[in-house]
Ligand binder design. Structure first.
Ligand SMILES: Cc1cc2nc3c(=O)[nH]c(=O)nc-3n(C[C@H](O)[C@H](O)[C@H](O)COP(=O)(O)OP(=O)(O)OC[C@H]3O[C@@H](n4cnc5c(N)ncnc54)[C@H](O)[C@@H]3O)c2cc1C
Length: 368
């Protein structure tokens, strides 16, 4: 079977790897370099609990993917001889106000009632642990099972995998138009000619709307990175004012992230960067003296209900896997598994119903 995937981000490349392992002949169409979209710009947190996700199907899918991560990265590291910086460091959520403390504790209780781990750490214990602590911080919740991966290293590894295992990467190639005959996908017009295939998967991130009947739009996020030292911070801090992600090798601390509904507007802004550095200063103040390494931005792929769209479309042999919004790095293993099972084994995961693109088509049909 020959498959073509539009988009060489974490979703496209993770799916390509699964399908290649199943013996399919895969081509990935990427308008720039593979792995340099949202997947390059992310924080790499694997944080279903720190994100405070509402109990339900989406949380279940995120937890399943978090559980799959260690096996996923170990296999990929072996296949590519590339360390991807996976670190089960735990994620700490500081409370900057009494109201936030109540909210965090309520969510933590829901999680612990479900059998998940989580515990409160009070301010006094934090003061003993860190060189400085923002004056508003009252304590916070630690989720020891949340983790992180260095998403840039992960993209390098996935690219390496593709190149060495015969996945055809067509970079600097624009996917332009689907060829559909009698409701069935037959080929893809690109800036470098037509690619014929048995099926196509749209994994074009925030740019996917061009190919599927659902509103998919970018939510911009600005990020920064500074120098960091081992004694500064021992795990990810996921605060409402900023999140701080020390990489496993302590070569950088990643600071995130703004959320801006501005469309595709390139560049960092003073306001965005100020927000990040103010959040940093109000969390671990002594880090304000560190050197800045880099500032950047990216576009999260979002849908109207902020949940992913995964599975079949109204066109036969055309599939979609996008809209992962804030959790696309986390959700890559489970998404790749779901799509592989659907296409190769004909198994429809129970997640597909909830995340089907038809939920948007139904809304459209109702309005029209
Ligand atoms: C600032 C920020 C912080 C984030 N932090 C986290 C985090 O901590 N944890 C987490 O789990 N997630 C995080 N995310 C979300 C995560 O990055 C995304 O959900 C995920 O990367 C989406 O992957 P993707 O492969 O769908 O998209 P992308 O990585 O954007 O890949 C899509 C690719 O498709 C290509 N493309 C688009 N249109 C075409 C076309 N017509 N022809 C050819 N190629 C095309 C693009 O060039 C791009 O390379 C963050 C995102 C941002 C922006």
């Amino acid at each position: 079977m020959k498959g073509v995937i539009i988009g060489g981000g974490i979703i496209g490349l993770s799916i390509a790897r699964e399908l290649q392992k199943a013996g399919h002949n895969i081509t990935v169409i990427e308008m720039y370099r593979v792995g340099r979209g949202a997947s390059w710009t992310a924080g790499g947190m694997l944080a279903p609990q720190a994100e405070g996700l509402e109990p339900g199907t989406f949380l279940d899918m995120c937890l399943e993917s978090r559980d799959m991560y260690e096996t996923f990265v170990k296999a990929l590291e072996k296949e590519t001889e590339t360390d991807v910086g996976y670190w089960k460091c735990g994620i700490f959520c500081p409370a900057y106000s009494e109201e936030e403390e109540h909210q965090l504790l309520a969510r933590m209780k829901q999680y612990t009632d479900m059998g998940l781990s989580g515990n409160w750490i009070d301010r006094k214990s934090l003061e003993g642990r860190y060189l400085s602590l923002g004056k508003d911080i009252r304590g916070g919740v630690l989720y020891p099972d949340d983790a992180q991966v260095d998403n840039r290293l992960l993209m390098i590894a996935l690219e390496k995998y593709a190149r060495h295992r015969g996945i055809h990467l067509m970079e600097f190639t624009q996917a332009e138009e689907l060829i559909v005959q009698s409701g069935r996908f037959t080929g893809l017009k690109t800036s470098k000619g037509t690619v014929e295939a048995d099926y196509c998967i749209v994994a074009a991130g925030a740019w996917s709307e061009k190919f599927v009947r659902a509103h998919i739009f970018p939510i911009k996020g600005e990020m920064a990175a500074i120098d960091v030292d081992k004694k500064d911070i021992d795990r990810v801090f996921f605060g409402s004012r900023a999140y701080l992600i020390p990489r496993k090798d302590y070569k950088r601390l990643v600071i995130g992230a703004t959320e801006e509904m501005v469309g595709f507007v390139d560049g960092n802004t003073v306001k965005g960067i100020l927000q990040l550095f103010t959040g940093l200063k109000e969390t671990l103040p002594h880090l304000a003296n560190r050197n800045i390494q880099e500032i950047w931005y990216g576009y999260r792929p979002a849908t109207p209900d902020l949940l992913p769209v995964i599975g079949k479309t109204e066109v036969e042999n055309l599939y979609v896997a996008t809209g992962h919004h804030r959790n696309g790095i986390l959700l890559a293993p489970v998404t790749a598994k779901i799509i592989k099972e659907l296409i190769v084994d004909g198994i429809e995961s129970h997640y597909l119903e909830e995340f089907s693109i038809s939920r948007f088509r139904k809304e459209d049909d109702g309005q029209n």
